[in-house]
Design a protein around this ligand. Structure first.
Ligand code: TA6
Length: 294
């Protein structure tokens, strides 16, 4: 994504502006080390490009920037649940309007913090008080931290994910390592399976890897680069590619989009709302993904 062509709405500093993409407002970072953009609709990172590199983050060419839809691609914030265990799918955070809290910059990069707290419409969907802060650290690498706090007077449970769509040269030439071998197959009725240490793709996958290494590596042999993903605060890593028919069935994914993306997600997985992670009043949890090109 060429962020420099987006119209500027507000200049916040030498490196940070608010820019317009369709109907969405973006916090845009243009820094000598890297560029990035975060949609305030959804709290959604849509681009991260270290200087001299292709974007590490994939966005669908058919993504809908109408300030309403969840964006196809980028890093959707799935919260307060992951998947379809309740409606809307993947929770409401990716459809909510986030506020800019602060931006800080140095010669090494920029930190953008945005926030979301409960409001009338969130409490209609999920009757709890909360505070989310998404810290996006843009430098030679991208670190995204979702800081989740229970601001209510009773405990509640949650699941979620930083649902990263990684950008790559050719899915047919991709290999993934470090995800472990044990996974729950979402395409086989959540069957527990044992796979190989190296994953290559010839069809759709939708898997919850339950014991990933601390670093998962996507070997992008077409572009001759490796993408390193280090997740923290997660209980699993979801790996997903919808393949051809899946891409064709999604109105907001270009039909050949599946050839250049792969999701490696920092996931706190739960099979139901009741099985999510409990947070006591005043307690916080951090869900993190740290992405780098090697
Ligand atoms: O993370 C994988 C997954 O849960 C898949 O099952 C797939 O449906 C994908 O997320 C996208 O979900 P979405 O609601 O954005 O269409």
């Amino acid at each position: 994504m060429d962020l420099s062509v987006l119209p500027t709405l507000t200049v916040l500093s030498d490196y940070v502006t608010i820019a317009q993409l369709g109907d969405n407002k973006m916090v845009r970072v243009l820094h000598p080390k890297a560029s990035a953009a975060i949609s305030l609709h959804g709290g959604h990172v849509v681009s991260f490009k270290p200087e001299g590199q292709e974007d590490l983050i994939w966005m669908s060419k058919d993504a809908v920037y109408d300030n309403k839809a969840a964006l196809r691609g980028g890093i959707p914030v799935c919260w307060p649940w992951f998947g379809r265990i309740a409606a809307p799918a993947h929770g409401f955070a990716r459809n909510s309007t986030w506020e800019l809290i602060e931006h800080r910059e140095s010669d090494n990069g920029v930190l953008v913090s945005i926030g979301l707290t409960d409001n009338e419409s969130s409490r209609e969907i999920w009757p709890h008080k909360f505070q989310l802060v998404l810290n996006v650290e843009v430098s030679e690498t991208l670190k995204v931290t979702l800081d989740i706090t229970n601001t209510d007077s009773t405990p509640w449970r949650f699941s979620g994910a930083l649902h990263t769509y990684l950008n790559l040269g050719d899915i047919h030439q991709m290999e993934v390592t470090g995800m472990g071998t044990t996974y729950v197959d979402s395409l086989l009725d959540s069957k527990l399976c044992e796979g190989q240490e190296v994953l290559t793709l010839t069809d759709t996958v939708d898997r919850v890897y339950t014991a990933p290494d601390s670093e998962i590596v996507l070997h992008d042999n077409a572009w001759n680069r490796k993408l390193s993903v280090k997740n923290e605060g997660a209980n699993s890593a979801v790996l997903w590619n919808p393949w051809k028919s899946g891409a064709e069935s999604m109105g907001d994914m270009n039909n050949d989009g599946y050839l250049s993306m792969f999701c490696i997600e920092s996931t706190l997985h739960a099979n139901s709302l009741d099985e999510g992670k409990e947070l006591a009043p005043g307690e916080s949890h951090q869900l993190i993904t740290h992405i780098a090109a090697k």
